[in-house]
Design a protein around this ligand. Sequence first.
Ligand SMILES: *[C@@H]1O[C@H](CO)[C@@H](O)[C@H](O)[C@H]1NC(C)=O
Ligand SMILES: *[C@@H]1O[C@H](CO)[C@@H](O)[C@H](O)[C@H]1NC(C)=O
Ligand SMILES: *[C@@H]1O[C@H](CO)[C@@H](O)[C@H](O)[C@H]1NC(C)=O
Ligand SMILES: *[C@@H]1O[C@H](CO)[C@@H](O)[C@H](O)[C@H]1NC(C)=O
Length: 251
Amino acid sequence: MMKPEFSYFSGLCVYFLFLQVTISSEKWMVTTPTRHVLARVGGQAELSCQVIPPQSVGYMEVRWFRSGHSQPVYLYRGGHSMSGEAAPEYANRTQFVKEAIGEGKVTLRIHNISILDDGPYRCSFNDSGFIDVASMNLNVTAVGLETEIHVQAPDADGVIVECNSGGWFPKPQMEWRDSNGETLRHSMKSYSQDEARFFHMKMALLTNRLQGNIICCIFNPVTGEEKQTNIILASEYSHQVLLIWKQRQNQ
Ligand SMILES: *[C@@H]1O[C@H](CO)[C@@H](O)[C@H](O)[C@H]1NC(C)=O
Ligand SMILES: *[C@@H]1O[C@H](CO)[C@@H](O)[C@H](O)[C@H]1NC(C)=O
Ligand SMILES: *[C@@H]1O[C@H](CO)[C@@H](O)[C@H](O)[C@H]1NC(C)=O
Ligand SMILES: *[C@@H]1O[C@H](CO)[C@@H](O)[C@H](O)[C@H]1NC(C)=O
């Protein structure tokens, strides 16, 4: 009674083992060399996808797409670019790099990057209904070109120093520092975003420190770039300010 059951069980094991070997020899998966792709506004980005184990994907349907967008960013099918199917905002900006398509590696190059291109992307490979997908983030960055510092006429509370900058993406960090690198407390800080999604910032400092270097520091958290703009409060001017300030305090 025991013997037939045992051979039935081992037969089942052999069957499952066989099934697993057959499936894994047929299947492949999609990977991306970089999870986060950095690109500058106006520059270009390369979204690469690789099928492993390496094999030709020239006969597959390859698609790059974004969630929430009905049309693909790019579609390659039957060995051709299906440019008519791509979303109009990408139509004339993409280039399919397929030198290594025989080893399963393809790249979508996107030109003239804008902030609207920022966000997650996916590439899918479809081999007659067997599909795998990989995800990546396109991190678009922009560093503001101009930063201005204004000093307002002094009053009883001291002087107000204001720093203005614009053209940043993503939202930067901003702070005042003195010449020793110590952070100075701001009295006001505000951010706004224009229709092209660039960030504009304004930050003020109320100080009665009437001499020395005051630095407006703006930091892009994605690239780690920091831009510093400084103003030196001159002592001659400071004496006047101090005088006015003292006078007002005495009133
Ligand atoms: C892309 O370029 C073609 C030919 O140069 C042009 O006909 C088409 O209007 C362009 N499409 C977009 C969305 O700019
Ligand atoms: C790049 O895109 C911007 C809009 O995002 C457009 O104004 C500009 O003409 C484009 N430049 C080129 C070279 O296509
Ligand atoms: C995958 O490709 C097959 C034809 O090879 C097609 O019928 C199917 O719709 C495709 N699937 C997707 C999700 O594109
Ligand atoms: C890139 O953008 C994604 C969201 O799209 C974000 O989660 C990620 O932190 C960003 N990467 C870097 C290096 O900041």
